[in-house]
Design a protein around this ligand. Sequence first.
Ligand code: TXA
Ligand code: MG
Length: 348
Amino acid sequence: MKTKLITSGETADEEIQEAAQWLRHGALVAFPTETVYGLGANGLDSEAVAAIYAAKGRPADNPVILHLAEPAEVKKYVSEIGPKAKKLLDVFCPGPITLILRSKNIVPRIVTAGLDTVGIRIPSHPIARELIRAAGVPVAAPSANLSGRPSPTNAQAVLEDLNGKVAAVLDGGESEVGLESTIVDCTGNVPVVLRPGAVTLEMLHHVIGAVRLDAAIGNEEMVPRAPGMKYRHYAPLAPMTLYEGEAHKMELAIQEAVRQALASGKCVGAIVSEETALLLPRGTVVRTYGRRGDTAAIAAQLYTALRSFDAIAVDEIFAEGMTEQKGLSLAVMNRMYKASGYRTVQLH
Ligand code: TXA
Ligand code: MG
């Protein structure tokens, strides 16, 4: 199959309408959202959704999210919207959040991977909304990467993984957030965050009061409640060591580790703040993610940095973590833990 790249200038109405028709009739179309790019299929067509699993090499026990254009459509696919879920819909949708709700029978089993719940998301990106609206069907979509690779945050990254496997890629430039949506399980009394994201715990708490974080987040020993969170994910090919703790100590420790690795003849990658980057020796493959503490910039650039290390086949990677874990930093650190396989150095 030849993949059609529909570039920014062309993502005008006509092109989106055409892609929407392909989607509606069973083809796979990758599209931009404000979090990461999605790999879309008609969410009411089991065969089309099966093609998503095949294209990604995705395990069959990992459900996909249904994307809708409007909050008003949610009730078609879920049997109950409790008062807290209703509030989350009112305040955060459209936006970078996914709600887990009890599904109706109209949702194919392959979408929910046999669970009695379904993940619902209403993206805010204009191209995503226009595509879903024009398709006239809910759009099942995981992130548009091969299973195990970092989620794509631009059209080029989608093509790296899926060229020839999808009918079209809509290019909407760089994803604004850069990390996948916050997943909130709304099926119990107290909502539970299964995956942290740009809608933070603090923001959720402000709107609905009590909210818990799935105990498996940040704990490599436990089985998470979102099936996809258990897989080795977001991982670069080279081993990555994550430093966390006090800023100055991280700087010095990374500088020293990089020196030693270079001295032993390795090709060394570092993903660090601009401040730390200034201290690293020449010859280091440095990816800076902005000023220390600029969490939004770090979130937006993390996956591109990880992908670039794979492209140049570095031997080892050293990463500077966040100095604290609140707000968006919780989501950034969650992805960094996974990328490092929990190989961390604590410097408090
Ligand atoms: O930002 C996002 O959420 C992106 C964009 C494209 O919308 N999508 C995304 O999808 O990240 P994916 O498939 O890569 O991650 C979805 C996660 C997986 O960990 C999956 O196990 C979990 O959501 N999930 C989906 N349905 C679920 C359900 N019914 N119960 C628990 N977890 C669920
Ligand atoms: Mg994914």
